[in-house]
Design a protein around this ligand. Structure first.
Ligand code: NAP
Length: 397
């Protein structure tokens, strides 16, 4: 029988979604997925930091109810870009937090860096289903985030391809029988370079990832392997496992996105083409599935899967992450803050690529970490770590 239900009725059943950071790499992939499923989803809010033109174009394309620009000085420009559309406009930090907390069935947290922590937390506190791309939320404030999830009953779905893979193959009923989680790492653009060869690499070379197309910060993090370090911390909080239960293997093809090994020797993995639309779609459809038009893996095309142990003397960001986790609350916050300062300086050509981990290491050694009992303490520590990392950087000149 033909389905004659009017379109309006279908839209009335549409799930409502909000994208925090819609103009970024993950944000754009999310927008493109939604554009392919206009009948299934209604967009409540889109947010950006400064990119008025793209935000306005996305809001128009998806008929969003609200567009929020975090940079308050751009309110007029956004208002003008959306005049006559009926789309509401807001600007400033508080407007972004309000958008994160406004009712929506699914919230994508895709702001980059610690700047995304507060909005992620707000969505969690409202008990939403939160698709978490912003790993820094867990790195900076993992225990507070997870406590908020427990209190509010929010659903936290990992978007990072590795954690999304683990989430897909980790049976919570068997969590006591997990031997280890294996995070795969492509190795980034400098996998075969020695440390000495890294001294003069440029930002352009560092952001040219061999397999993934991503924002600048995470691309540099992938090149230093700090991204994998942050992912170890993210996995520890998300899946309640110890650092020793999380292994990292270099897998240059980025086909196996991660694995879980159980005590009986079974290793379960999730595979797919390196295309963020797949993990994003997984969280968008969960507990069902949503079709994507993204790249597909053709297993008959001579796919050669290789795995190598990681050399932690070469990629010593991994060592820093394990030390930070072992040292306790606050240390991962400091590691993240110092790394953000160092990456920003590198992208601005004010710091050598090979000095990024050293800034993080020195900052971890210099910051005095007192008791941390609230998110206010986390933010204060984040500020202090940034100040110390900034001074350490300045002293290098
Ligand atoms: N890219 C990937 O493939 C990928 C994969 C896994 C995980 N992730 C994680 O996803 C997050 C986003 O990464 P991305 O690569 O998509 O980053 P990106 O391309 O740099 O985009 C960042 C987004 O955040 C917004 N933003 C930046 N600073 C902000 C601020 N202070 N206040 C409010 N909004 C702000 C940007 O707005 P403007 O455009 O206006 O600047 C943009 O929408 C990161 O935590 C990353 O680790 C990314």
């Amino acid at each position: 029988m033909q389905n004659t239900a009017p379109v309006v009725a279908a839209n009335a059943k549409a799930r409502t979604v909000t994208i925090l950071g819609s103009t970024g790499s993950v944000g754009k992939s999310t927008v493109s997925l939604l554009e392919g499923h206009r009948d299934k989803f209604r967009v409540r809010a889109l947010t950006a930091n400064k990119n008025v033109a793209l935000l306005a174009a996305q809001a128009k394309s998806l008929s969003a109810e609200l567009a929020v620009i975090a940079d308050e000085s751009l309110y007029g420009a956004l208002k003008e870009a959306l005049s006559g559309t009926g789309i509401k406009v807001a600007a400033g930090h508080q407007a972004l937090i309000d958008a994160a907390g406004a009712p929506a069935d699914w919230v994508m947290a895709a702001i980059v860096g610690a700047a995304g922590v507060e909005s992620t937390l707000k969505a969690i506190q409202q008990g939403r289903t939160v698709a978490l791309a912003n790993k820094e939320s867990l790195v900076c404030a993992g225990p507070f985030m997870m406590e908020a999830v427990r209190k509010s009953g929010a659903t936290l779905l990992p978007v990072d391809s590795e954690h999304n893979a683990v989430f897909q193959v980790l049976d919570p009923a068997q969590s006591a029988q997990i031997r280890r989680i294996i995070l795969t790492a492509s190795g980034g653009p400098f996998l075969r370079k020695t440390r000495a060869e890294l001294a003069n690499v440029t930002p352009e070379e560092a952001v040219r990832h061999p397999n993934w197309s991503m924002g600048a910060k995470i691309s540099v993090d992938s090149a230093t392997m700090m991204n994998k370090s942050l992912e170890i911390i993210e996995a520890a909080y998300l899946f309640h496992v110890k650092s020793e239960q999380i292994d990292v293997l270099i897998h240059p093809q980025s086909v196996v996105h991660s694995m879980v090994e159980y005590i009986d020797g079974s290793i379960l993995s999730q595979m797919g083409a390196p295309d963020m639309r797949t993990p994003i779609a997984h969280t968008l459809g969960w507990p069902q599935r949503v079709a994507t038009t993204g790249d597909r893996l053709d297993l008959t095309k001579n796919i050669n899967l290789t795995f190598e142990p990681i050399d932690i003397e070469r990629f010593y960001a991994i060592k820093l992450a394990r030390q930070a986790l072992a040292s306790g609350l606050g240390y991962p916050t400091v590691l993240n803050a110092a790394n953000e300062v160092a990456v920003e300086a590198f992208l601005a050509r004010k710091l050598a690529f090979s000095a990024i981990e050293s800034i993080a290491d020195q900052t971890l050694q210099k910051v005095k970490i007192g008791p941390i009992s609230s998110l206010t303490d986390v933010f204060a520590l984040d500020r202090e770590a940034r100040a110390i990392a900034g001074k350490t950087l300045a002293a290098l000149k």
